[in-house]
Design a protein around this ligand. Structure first.
Ligand SMILES: [Zn+2]
Length: 240
């Protein structure tokens, strides 16, 4: 059997206690190919397959807490929180915004799939609330990293959707150019998280647009329904 090449990754954060990354092309991390594609990466990270955590994403606002030693994958959800070491919380995207969170004081992490639907429903806030409630996190201590997503250069939306987002998250998350509206999904989620009490300086946005960077990323809007997926993952490697 041919040995699979490890997927190329973009590191979102990599000091010793937390690892967070997004996979790059040409690795296709679509849900049916994902476990296979992850094998060599898991080996490199020293993560056993049973610690891989993922869900059937439904553009909802539900966050699952990883509690049992063996997590039941493929439940319907769009995000996770955990405070146990070694679990690789994983989100699939191809334009939607992947968000990872970590709190070094309370040793807990989160990963969230934020498309426009989930963002509008405030899913990232739900992750923060769960980290507060379950692990005692103070939002001031939570760090956030955004993975690559379709950005305001490319994310044209209908006037109706633009107005909905401007009403909920402020005018600055919608841009008007040539009579068209473009959504700034990062800005909307940043606003939501700052409203939760996370300092703006703790939120690190991503410089990459998935639609512009055809060389690095899959993009649903650019390539259509059959396109591949990136995986964005975070893991608590060790506690203090
Ligand atoms: Zn772009």
């Amino acid at each position: 059997m041919m040995k699979a090449k490890p997927p190329k990754i973009l590191r979102l954060h990599s000091p010793s206690r937390f690892a967070a990354f997004t996979s790059l092309k040409p690795s296709d991390m679509s849900i049916d190919k994902f476990e296979k594609g992850m094998v060599s990466l898991l080996r490199r990270l020293g993560v056993p397959a049973e610690k891989l955590v993922y869900a059937r994403q439904v553009h909802g606002a539900k966050i699952l807490a990883v509690r049992s030693p063996v997590f039941k994958n493929l439940q319907e959800a769009d995000g996770f929180v955990a405070n146990k070491q070694g679990y690789l919380l994983s989100i699939f995207t191809a334009d939607c915004l992947p968000v990872v969170l970590f709190d070094a004081k309370k040793n807990c992490i989160g990963a969230v799939h934020c498309g426009w639907r989930g963002s509008y429903k405030g899913i990232a806030k739900n992750a923060v609330l769960r980290m507060k409630r379950l692990y005692g996190s103070n939002p001031r201590d939570i760090q956030v990293r955004f993975g690559p997503s379709i950005q305001k250069c490319c994310y044209e939306v209908s006037p109706e959707l633009g107005v909905k987002f401007a009403d909920r998250f402020g005018k600055s998350c919608v841009q008007k150019r040539d009579g068209k509206l473009f959504l700034d999904l990062e800005r909307a989620n940043e606003t939501l998280l700052v409203r939760c009490g996370i300092p703006k300086k703790n939120i690190i946005k991503n410089p990459h647009c998935t639609m512009c960077r055809k060389d690095l990323f899959y993009s649903y809007r650019r390539d259509g329904k059959g396109t591949g997926r990136m995986v964005t993952s975070i893991m608590l490697k060790k506690s203090l």
